[in-house]
Design a protein around this ligand. Structure first.
Ligand SMILES: [Zn+2]
Length: 495
């Protein structure tokens, strides 16, 4: 392997960028995290728990700690960052573009997995494809020649494209995620080998981020992420930012539910012998619209009817309605879901059909750590990330299902990489251009810095573990408080 002299990180720029980024951003001066919750009910129910989270942030002072880490003299880190940049520029940017030009939708990402795992095997990583029973999921592991007896540092790589009527396209920039992770991990592996640092690096290839059931939940239940001390991930965004500490999700709590109506087929000329599943589905779809006025306005309910019969002259025997049901908190979400299930049964009863209800995916509030959010933001800003949002956003777990974040601390790095909104053709265009390429490189450099610090700074490891264990312990109490707050409205105990 050709090893070039690392280009040093321009330190004055690093510090100057940091100073402006951190101005006024210190958690102590910010309003309490009550602003983090979406609804008044959440804010009221969670007041005491949020006060505990605020006290934890004051104790850990993550913005101060981040500033100290970023500003310190750390030649090892700077060399890893420089090597990450070089790997991105010379190899991984082209790999990102290649995947971007060969889009494959969730569960069908075979070319991407073959291409990415070939690169990993070439570098001596141990690769297992098809983990957790998912054909396009993989785990790649590198073990330091100094031994495995050190931290296990994980990186998430996604690669599925979006679906629309014009075919698959990488309008959410998942094409870049695994190349970013590789630039980071390869640079770190070289450094660990050179320095005789024990430990392991692991890249988790996680399919189908855009399609249920949630792959990361299946992989977690299969134990794929067990043992990881920290997991990092990046995702294309329209602004460089960080989330507040606490509980939340990028995309609200979601239930993915499929309602399958089953009737009896019959010819059009003797339709009275049949029971019409499509009519049941249409009734149900309309009933759901009728429910909206009785639900809290933050509910977001959208569905499609992917199956509605075979031919106009046959009474439809089978029809399917597929809904994503979203709400800011998981407790009221269960109430919305229960109302919809009742509507589905009512539609079936009214049409002489039956309905099967299959909840095939759940996405929940994740745990967002101030220690890592502030560190990521400080590094990204110092490294020159664009479109910086100085205000911390609502708490958000580091992966979209939230489930893995309850057990394993991590950070989703958010570096500006597109002027167009997520899930658009404009974001696809930016993935091949300067905005995307620069953002992806800075995301890789940021991840390399975080992992380097986590591996080499015991005080960071302790702060992250401390914060994660306190927040994980408060999550159940937060949900109990929500159940109590909603009791009159949705029934005691909350459905
Ligand atoms: Zn995405």
């Amino acid at each position: 392997m050709i090893r070039r002299v690392p280009r040093p990180v321009p330190r004055p720029a690093l510090v100057a960028g940091l100073a402006s980024a951190l101005a006024g951003a210190l958690g102590l001066a910010a309003p309490p995290s009550l602003a983090a919750q979406t609804t008044a009910t959440e804010r009221a129910a969670a007041r005491e728990i949020l006060a505990e989270i605020d006290a934890l942030q004051v104790r850990l002072a993550p913005a101060d700690a981040a500033r100290r880490l970023v500003e310190r003299d750390a030649p090892g880190r700077d060399a890893v960052v420089a090597r990450t940049r070089e790997l991105w520029d010379t190899e991984m940017e082209a790999l990102s573009d290649w995947i971007g030009r060969h889009p494959e939708v969730g569960w069908d990402e075979h070319q991407a997995v073959d291409t990415l795992t070939a690169v990993l095997r070439d570098r001596g990583w141990t690769v297992e494809v098809g983990v957790a029973g998912l054909e396009t999921a993989f785990v790649a592991t590198w073990t330091s020649p100094a031994g495995a007896d050190g931290p296990l540092l994980g990186l998430i790589g996604e690669y599925d494209a979006l679906r629309d009527a014009d075919g698959p396209f990488h309008g959410d920039q998942h094409n870049a995620q695994t190349p970013i992770a590789m630039a980071t991990a390869f640079a770190l592996a070289e450094h660990m080998a050179d320095e005789g640092m024990p430990g392991r690096l692991r890249i988790y290839g996680t399919p189908a981020e855009e399609v249920g059931p949630p792959a990361k939940v299946i992989m977690h239940e299969a134990g794929v992420f067990d043992g990881a001390d920290l997991i990092v991930r990046s995702h294309g965004v329209t602004a460089t930012g960080r989330a507040q500490a606490g509980f939340g999700s990028c995309c609200l709590n979601i239930n993915e539910v499929k309602y399958t109506f089953l009737g009896t087929p019959s010819h059009q000329m003797s339709s009275w012998f049949g029971r019409n599943a499509l009519e049941a589905a249409v009734h149900f779809y309309t009933l759901v619209d009728g429910l909206r006025s009785t639900l809290r306005p933050e509910a977001s309910i959208q569905g499609v009817i992917p199956e509605g019969g075979e031919a106009p002259n046959v009474v439809p025997q089978r029809a399917v309605v597929d809904y994503y049901i979203r709400y800011p908190d998981p407790v009221y979400l269960e109430h919305v879901n229960a109302m919809m299930d009742a509507a589905a049964r009512g539609a079936a009863m009214a049409t002489g059909t039956t309905v099967e209800i299959d909840r095939y995916g759940e996405y929940r509030d994740g745990i967002s750590l101030g220690t890592l959010q502030e560190l990521s933001f400080a590094y990204a800003t110092a490294l020159g990330a664009g479109a910086v949002n100085p205000e911390p956003g609502r708490p958000s777990g580091w992966e979209e299902t939230g489930v893995v974040t309850e057990d394993i601390p991590g950070i989703g790095v958010s570096v500006f990489s597109s002027r167009a909104a997520n899930h658009t053709r404009g974001m696809l265009d930016d993935t091949f251009g300067e905005v995307g390429h620069t953002g992806f490189r800075i995301a890789a450099e940021t991840m390399a810095s975080i992992l380097y610090d986590f591996a080499t700074r015991p005080e960071l490891r302790e702060a992250v573990q401390d914060e994660h264990s306190v927040l994980a312990g408060l999550l159940g109490a937060y949900h109990d408080a929500l159940r109590a707050a909603y009791a009159d409205e949705i029934g005691a105990g909350g459905r």
